[in-house]
Design a protein around this ligand. Structure first.
Ligand SMILES: Cc1ncc(C[n+]2csc(CCOP(=O)(O)OP(=O)(O)O)c2C)c(N)n1
Ligand SMILES: CC(=O)[C@@H](O)[C@H](O)COP(=O)(O)O
Ligand SMILES: [Mg+2]
Length: 632
């Protein structure tokens, strides 16, 4: 550490003096708590203006400072699991000024992104990938004889995913890999944590006294030559076996240290400095508080997990959401339907992989606690668990974001569709989600679902149709998927009475001439606008599978151009299904397939991203006119 004592600085100046971790490492350890306060104040103010993830970022301020202070980043690699807690990391790695553009069009990503900074060593956002990626980096360093560390920072929620254990299992067997796993345990996922792991972690917390003693031992050990450390460690293992039940992490082959206070820099710094000297897989358990330092977030870390812009007129202290209450969302339509359906059918059970709030299931969890399952961040398990329930005559509904369903693809095919089991998937966040960006857009589900035999795929065009489709899907004796976007639709009011729609049948919503627009789900609004402009026919297709073959051929017979519209990748999506039907029927009508482009769409607001993807009405109109010009 530097010997010269820099002059006392105001907290704000201290933060402004940090343009990189190299600047950070020039500070005295005693200056770091003031820096943490300044950084926390900055994050609260900044996120109150941009929106984003707040409580998890407030909980990792000291840990982030300590990691960049002790480790030689970016040569030492830090991989942040989920990465929603990396705003402090971004500020300390030269992006403080850019934080005003967070999660906005062409602005900073809300997650680590390799193309954004060399300090963002691995792109994350989908949970539980950090240990695998960091192990890969550690092994690359070992194989290349490079003296660098790889550190995975993973939350207690992310630790509940099977992939994290796959990585622990592999890492623990490679005795000379320089991997450090830091478990950031704040006893919260988005919702309160679930599962047996949470109970195990709680038991470890209760052993705090022993660990306190062991911590001191570690501090001393760090300054001794390695053979002595090894001897002391074996002795310690012996002591531990008598004093404290082994942690599961030690059973996986890791040297477990902790739990320590993740807000106490005086604990963090020496412990991390010691760990940096130890060889082999290391596991540090830190305890933090989600929302630390902002009373409203401390009191309600769930509400402040993801926030919109604050109403600054009301003052940051109120934490008041600038946008206030909005229109009925598809998520709320689902949540209301779920409770209504549960009241009608005792066989209904509902499952979420750790997204209770986001999927609209808070009321159901409260009203039907014995029929509600939060399985943790475990999408693969969620689907096969549902399959088991269905085998026994229950009617499972799995609420899952489109992007997270990607993680359970084989379970859907192999465990559900192949056995034709009546599992219903309510797929939320289908299409462009906005600020979360490329890692979260539900851009591919129609493409990866359409090829699965037995599956029925519903695309509701508005809120009422969504409710009717949820009912129809639930009543179907086979696997079903109802996909709907983030936010609100055309604003129809869902009828309380539920009735079954004819499966595989679309409808003509506007009769016109010239071209016909075949809209799937959320694109109906745009299709109707363009249809008015062109006096074209507009069909609400409703289903991707089974697709309405008769309607397609009827439209082909009466129009010179069919335009398909979907908020899904164009490749392999609904439009491809329409073309397949036409080809099989030998039709020669031209088809213009409009959907998401064959690239990853970044973050911004949904309207901006739809326009950028050519799916707003102006772009659709323009593309149709060009199609006619090309052929005139
Ligand atoms: C595969 C996957 N499923 C679900 C999510 C949604 N998600 C984002 S953060 C989060 C909770 C993470 O909890 P934890 O790891 O403890 O981090 P904390 O928010 O407590 O800091 C979840 C479920 C995700 N990002 N990835
Ligand atoms: C980080 C993460 O994966 C979740 O917090 C996600 O950002 C939630 O998305 P919604 O805001 O659409 O519920
Ligand atoms: Mg947590």
């Amino acid at each position: 550490m530097p010997s010269s004592k820099p002059p006392a600085r105001s907290r704000a100046h201290l933060l402004e003096s940090i343009g990189s971790p190299a600047d950070l490492r020039k500070l005295e350890p005693g200056e770091l708590p003031a820096l943490a306060d300044a950084l926390r104040d900055f994050l609260i103010d900044s996120v109150s203006r941009t929106g984003g993830h707040l409580s998890s970022n407030l909980g990792t301020v000291e840990l982030t400072i300590a990691l960049h202070y002790v480790f030689n980043t970016p040569e030492d690699r830090i991989v942040w699991d989920v990465g929603h807690q990396t705003y402090a990391h971004k500020v300390l790695t030269g992006r403080r000024e850019a934080m005003s553009s967070l999660r906005q069009y062409h602005g900073l990503s809300g997650f680590p992104k390799r193309s954004e900074s060399t300090y963002d060593t691995f792109g994350t956002a989908h949970s539980s990938t950090s240990i695998s990626a960091a192990l890969g980096m550690a092994e690359a360093a070992r194989l290349r004889g490079e003296d660098r560390r790889a550190i995975a920072v993973i939350g207690d929620g992310a630790m509940t995913a099977g992939m994290a254990f796959e990585a622990l299992n592999n890492a623990g067997d490679i005795h000379d890999t320089n991997l450090l796993v830091i478990l950031n345990d704040n006893e919260m996922s988005i919702s309160p944590p679930v599962g047996a792991l949470n109970k195990h972690l709680s038991r470890l917390l209760s052993g705090r006294l022993y660990n306190g003693a062991r911590q001191i031992g570690k501090r001393v050990l760090g300054n001794l030559p390695p053979p002595v450390i090894e001897l002391a460690r074996r002795t310690e293992e012996h002591v531990k076996g008598m004093v404290m039940p082994g942690t599961m992490f030690e059973e996986f082959g890791f040297n477990y240290i902790g739990p320590i206070d993740g807000h106490d820099l005086e604990s963090l710094l020496p412990t991390l400095q010691n760990l940096r000297t130890l060889k082999g897989p290391q596991f540090l358990h830190v305890i933090t508080r989600k929302g630390q330092g902002y009373k409203l977030a401390e009191a309600d870390p769930i509400l402040y997990h993801g926030v919109s812009k604050f109403d600054h007129a009301a003052g940051i202290a109120t934490g008041k959401d600038a946008k206030g209450g909005g229109k009925l969302t598809y998520t709320q339509v689902f949540g209301d339907w779920l409770c209504d359906m549960a009241a009608l059918d005792k066989r209904l059970v509902a499952i979420t992989p750790a997204m209770r709030e986001g999927s609209g299931m808070v009321r159901f969890a409260h009203e039907y606690p014995d029929r509600y399952y939060d399985v943790g961040i475990a999408e693969q398990h969620a689907l096969t668990f549902a399959a088991g329930l269905a085998c026994e005559g229950l009617k499972p509904v799995v609420a899952i974001y489109s992007t997270f369903l990607q993680r359970a693809y084989d379970q859907l095919i192999h465990d559900i569709a192949l056995q034709n089991l009546p599992v219903m998937m309510a797929i939320d966040r289908a299409g462009l989600v906005g600020a979360d960006g490329a890692t979260h857009h539900g851009a591919f589900d129609l493409s990866f679902l359409a090829c699965i035999p037995n599956l029925v795929i519903f695309c509701p065009a508005d809120e009422d149709e969504c409710r009717q489709m949820l009912y129809t899907a639930y009543r179907h004796d086979g696997p079903t998927a109802v996909r709907y976007p983030r936010g609100s639709g055309l604003g129809s009011v869902p009828r309380q009475a539920m009735s079954e729609l004819p499966i595989g049948k679309g409808e003509i919503r506007r009769q016109g001439k010239g071209c016909a627009l075949l809209a799937f789900g959320s694109m109906l609004g745009t299709a109707l606008q363009v249809g008015e402009e062109l006096d074209a026919t507009v069909a609400n297709m409703r289903f991707v599978k089974p697709i309405d073959r008769d309607l397609i051929l009827q439209l082909a017979a009466g129009h010179d151009l069919l335009v398909t519209l979907e908020e899904n990748a164009t490749i392999g999506g609904a439009g491809s299904e329409v073309s397949r039907v036409l080809n099989e029927a030998g039709s020669r009508v031209r088809v213009l397939q409009l959907g998401l482009p064959d690239r990853f769409v970044d973050h911004g607001d949904q309207a901006q991203l739809l326009a950028e993807s050519g799916l707003d009405s102006a772009s659709v109109l323009d593309r149709i006119k060009k199609a006619y010009q090309v052929n005139s």
